[in-house]
Design a protein around this ligand. Structure first.
Ligand SMILES: NC(=O)c1ccc[n+]([C@@H]2O[C@H](COP(=O)([O-])OP(=O)(O)OC[C@H]3O[C@@H](n4cnc5c(N)ncnc54)[C@H](OP(=O)(O)O)[C@@H]3O)[C@@H](O)[C@H]2O)c1
Length: 290
């Protein structure tokens, strides 16, 4: 029986991925790499084998990868994650893993991104997997629609949207849809050495988002294209840690520079249905706020 090791199964994308997988396969096919048993109780209850490991600990990775055929590497969150990803690739190669599926980012041109090194890490990880001769599947994810409040603010309906995003657009994509597509890729053949751009079916500017929120809420929601300094200062005043100020500012700068303007049918093809309409996510945002 083929065994698939998945990282990040205690995170949002991982949890949703395993839920979809278990609709189509048995738990004994799946091995979870987790940092702590405490966080893994629901996985253990599902019958998933849990192996303790950390991207920073090569011995733990060597043990965790024994007998594994396929790895889903969900990108990490630490500033040094490129090295962490390389550790997983090295350990996979040594353990005889045949195929690595990696969740990266769907942007137009990493060389002109203003969010280097965050974006670069994704593409350098892809390069490293290829250089090591492993069969790959790259799932390049666009920005999550679930985290829209992180960009527009929890109280956007009352205050309006203030962002230095110009008229740049994003094909926001629901994490649950990405998880379902990821589960399909893990359980099907035919995705070897393919790169997919997993995006929503339509792209939206923040002007578009303000207009949709106005219609849905019955209130006037304006979008103001503020300058970058005012944005980062506002984040700092709201207590956002320095590292995240840099990250969020980089994301918005890339939106303004149209880095995310890729609309692909790959997600629809992998799901066998249309991706969830972003307007439904905005509707949930409005109803949650009311
Ligand atoms: N496209 C987008 O809009 C977008 C937005 C945010 C993030 N991302 C990327 O997509 C990934 C998945 O998103 P998500 O929302 O599922 O993130 P998440 O909820 O923060 O989950 C991250 C997962 O990675 C695991 N992890 C982190 N560092 C690790 C390490 N050193 N060793 C082993 N496991 C480690 C975490 O384990 P613990 O539970 O032990 O912490 C957790 O399971 C993120 O990691 C990030 O790189 C994309």
């Amino acid at each position: 029986m083929e065994r698939i090791l998945i990282t990040g199964l205690t995170g949002h994308l991982g949890i949703a991925t395993i839920e979809h997988m278990l609709k189509n396969t048995t738990a004994d096919k799946i091995v979870a790499l987790v940092r702590s048993v405490e966080k893994a109780t629901s996985l253990i209850e599902k019958g998933v084998e849990v192996r303790i490991g950390n991207f920073d600990d090569n011995n733990s990775l060597a043990n965790a990868l024994k007998g594994i055929d396929k790895v889903l590497l969900i990108s990490g969150t630490d500033p040094h994650r490129l090295q962490q990803h390389k550790n997983v690739v090295d350990a996979s190669k040594k353990a005889g893993v045949k195929h690595i599926i990696y969740t990266g980012i769907a942007i137009k041109d990493v060389n002109t991104s203003l969010n280097i090194p965050l974006m670069e890490d994704n593409f350098k990880t892809e390069d490293y997997i290829k250089e090591n001769g492993l069969t790959f599947t790259f799932l390049r994810n666009s920005l999550y629609s679930d985290t829209i409040s992180m960009h527009i603010g929890e109280v956007a309906i009352e205050t309006g949207i203030f962002l230095p995003a110009g008229t740049g657009k994003v094909p926001f994509v629901l994490r649950r849809d990405l998880a379902e597509a990821t589960a399909n890729v893990l359980l099907q053949n035919g995705h070897e050495n393919k790169t997919y751009e997993l995006t929503g079916g339509k792209q939206y500017s923040f002007e578009d988002i303000a207009s949709i929120l106005s219609k849905l809420s019955g209130k006037t929601v304006d979008y103001t294209d503020i300058n970058e300094l005012a944005y980062s200062e506002a984040l700092k005043q709201n207590g956002v840690p320095e590292r995240f100020v840099t990250l969020l500012s980089g994301y918005v700068a890339d939106i303004k520079n149209r880095q995310f303007e890729i609309v692909s049918n790959d997600l629809e093809d992998l799901l066998g249905r249309k991706p969830t309409d972003f307007k439904a996510v905005l509707n949930a945002f409005v109803n949650y706020k009311n």
